[in-house]
Design a protein around this ligand. Structure first.
Ligand code: BV8
Ligand code: ZN
Length: 248
């Protein structure tokens, strides 16, 4: 199931980087975007997760995001998230780059998390940038929120399609990809850019590229190792085995 080469590379690594997608949260009960229970099967993603929908289809936009906020409010991290926290005891530097907006990596205890696409539980005013949660305000999940300062439309603090990512976070993610010795791509369909390019940056800089997924993706043929299976099962097996090898 796992190659000796993977553990050799981990043994000598000082910095490893994880790129995670919706698949790592699937075992916590969060629907993925494109899987069979896909979040967007009965929603047209390009109609909903876009700035145009926020402006022109505001009630449906907020119905979708409030539904997703309720979904992620009482979910817990799973063994896959916790395994990434375990790695922080075993390797001196561990970077988690996530496309997910559910905050589960931080909830599990990961200390270096780059949220490429933002966080669905954070909001901001589209006009004046007011941050309700930072100001101690919790938005109700049943209506369209407007800014108390300027009455502008409040939006979830996520990166919508055709919106630029935060350039600092993207730069840090590219850095962490270019400088790590082992790069894991976990639970992502490897379709959404610029996240999908990060594994290639890692490989081009000499990292050992591992993909963990329940099915192959466009990245699989370029990975040094494709491990088929659920991340909540595979990741803890890797940390337990690696810990034994280190103790020898
Ligand atoms: C940008 C936040 C510049 C919102 C999200 C044509 C070609 C290439 C690119 C483009 C193109 N046209 C447009 C683009 C750019 C576009 C893009 O990439 N489009 C793709 C879809 C074609 N990208 C952008 O727009 C980005 N911005 O480029 O800015 C720009 C500026 C102006 C104009 C143009 C360009 C912004 C992208 C960010 C969008 N926001 N999320 C929200 O969440 O509501 S993306 C959204 O998809 C989520 O963040 C999600 O994480 C992400 C990717 O999906 P995955 O995480 O991979 O999830 P998915 O369901 O797809 O896959 C799950 C995987 O898990 C599957 O493989 C499954 O097998 C596996 N799995 C399931 N269970 C398990 C498992 N694996 C392991 N264990 C399990 N148990
Ligand atoms: Zn405002």
């Amino acid at each position: 199931m796992f190659s000796e080469k993977l553990f050799k590379r981990l043994y000598h690594a000082t910095h490893i980087t994880f790129l995670t997608g919706a698949g790592i949260s699937a075992e916590s009960g969060v629907p993925t975007f494109r899987g069979k229970d896909g979040l967007w099967n009965n929603h047209d993603v390009m109609q909903l997760a876009t700035p145009l929908a926020l402006k022109t289809n505001t009630d449906v936009f907020w119905e979708f995001y409030n539904w997703r906020r309720r979904l992620v409010t009482d979910i817990e991290p799973n063994l896959g998230h916790y395994a990434l926290v375990d790695f922080e005891r075993l390797i001196s530097q561990v970077t988690v780059i996530t496309q997910n907006v559910d905050g589960l990596h931080q909830k599990a205890g990961s200390t270096d998390v780059l949220e490429l696409h933002g966080n669905i539980m954070r909001s901001r005013c589209s006009e004046c940038g007011y941050l309700p949660e930072a100001d101690g305000k919790i938005l109700a999940f049943d209506k369209i929120p407007y800014c108390p300062k300027c009455n502008g439309l409040i939006r979830p603090d996520v990166v919508l399609f055709n919106e630029n990512l935060n350039s600092t976070i993207l730069y840090q993610a590219q850095e962490a990809s270019a400088t790590c010795e082992v790069f894991f791509s976990i639970g992502t369909s490897s379709l959404v850019e610029p996240a999908a390019s990060l594994p290639y940056i890692a490989k081009a800089n000499g990292a050992y590229l591992v993909e963990i997924n329940v099915e192959r993706t466009p990245l699989s043929d370029n990975a040094d190792e494709f491990i088929e299976g659920k991340s909540g099962k595979i990741l803890p097996m890797i940390t337990v085995l690696f810990e034994k090898i280190r103790e020898k």
